[in-house]
Design a protein around this ligand. Structure first.
Ligand code: UDP
Ligand code: MG
Length: 324
């Protein structure tokens, strides 16, 4: 190990955060200054604000920040791609020794970053920020979040309980994430698949200071479904299993009906009708399940769409200016 200080890049996805961004930027600038002063990170560490196609003044605010302060950089996406994609855009765009991803509303306590860096220096490649309370979430959010984690566990998907997108990753952990060509993004799932040594730090989740959540129910449901469908084939297997069980039941049923029919206990025509319905419906369900297995595989593989498209990059602009 050399004594050279590590370069830190803090990636913050921002979507319509004009209201909260000035105070966030102020707090983050002070926090980074302190980390540099304490010798935790190198002086060229930066905060990368990724504008995920905001429709309010977010882009202009970030541009101004970059003009005035060299610790900020702007990465503007060409439209709204989503939080997960915005985070990846920031992670993949700049070189650093450690990366921290953090929401722009600072609901996740940024002072914990110091602890994360300490854990990283002890050898962890991934440090998960874990909330130890959900007091500020509404009852519905608490319930759906708990149900989601339980469901994921049931389906065999590994994820860290009560951890969202607040985490530190080393350069090689980010390189690991890069090797996943997935289009159906569920970062929390991918990061656990990367492996390496990991650690956890705990913090109290705070309420959003201003502005509304940028996660509509539609976006949240889409993320949850993405998590299930791209990390687990259990739902498809359940269909196949249900079809198989129905086949067995229909066979038993057939035997029973044959017995009734042989004893003259059935109305004429009933036997053939019920037989056809049960046999065909179970066969259909079984084949649907099998086809589903293949469709799911093709579906995941073929959609090689770009995850994000960059529209503006403050570092490139400043490089061009210095070249001229
Ligand atoms: N976000 C984003 N793109 C989106 C939605 C959200 O970049 O399409 C960002 C948002 O600006 C914030 C973070 O993702 O920095 C988390 O969003 P939010 O705080 O609204 O989610 P919640 O905390 O309510 O789950
Ligand atoms: Mg939030």
């Amino acid at each position: 190990m050399t004594n050279k200080l590590s370069r830190l890049l803090i990636v913050m996805p921002c979507y319509n955060e004009a209201e909260i961004l000035p105070s966030t930027a102020d707090k983050m600038e002070k926090l980074l200054e302190k980390l540099i002063k304490d010798g935790d990170v190198s002086s060229d560490s930066k905060i990368c604000l990724v504008d995920d196609g905001s429709k309010d003044g977010t882009r202009e605010i970030i541009r101004n920040l970059c003009r005035k302060k060299k610790c900020f950089s702007l990465l503007g996406l060409s439209r709204n791609f989503g939080q997960q994609e915005a985070i990846l855009a920031g992670l993949f765009h700049q070189d650093a020794d450690f990366y921290v991803t953090l929401d722009a509303d600072l609901q996740d306590d940024p002072t914990v970053i110091k602890k994360m860096i300490a854990k990283a220096k002890e050898g962890a490649d991934i440090v998960y920020g874990v909330r130890n309370n959900r007091d500020c979430d509404g009852l519905f959010k608490k319930f759906t979040a708990l149900a989601f984690y339980k469901l994921m566990r049931l389906l065999g998907v590994k994820s860290v309980y009560n951890h969202a997108e607040f985490r530190l990753m080393s350069r090689r952990a980010v390189e690991g994430v890069k090797q996943f060509p997935e289009r159906n993004l569920f970062l929390r799932g991918i990061v656990t698949l990367v492996g390496f040594k990991s650690a956890e730090v705990f913090y109290k989740r705070l309420p959003r200071l201003s502005g509304d959540t940028k996660y509509s129910w539609k976006k949240m449901a889409a993320l949850a479904w993405n998590a299930v469908s791209s990390f687990s084939v259990v739902p498809l297997r359940l269909v196949t299993f249900a079809g198989f069980m129905m086949c067995l039941v229909s066979l038993l049923f057939l035997g029973l009906m044959f017995y009734w029919w042989a004893n003259g206990q059935t109305v004429h025509g009933w036997f053939s009708l019920v037989t056809i319905i049960t046999v065909f419906s179970s066969a259909q369900l079984l084949s649907l399940g099998v086809i589903g297995e293949y469709v799911a595989k093709i579906f995941v593989e073929v959609k090689k769409r770009p995850l994000y498209i960059i529209d503006e990059d403050s570092d490139e602009i400043s490089q061009n200016i210095t070249k001229k």
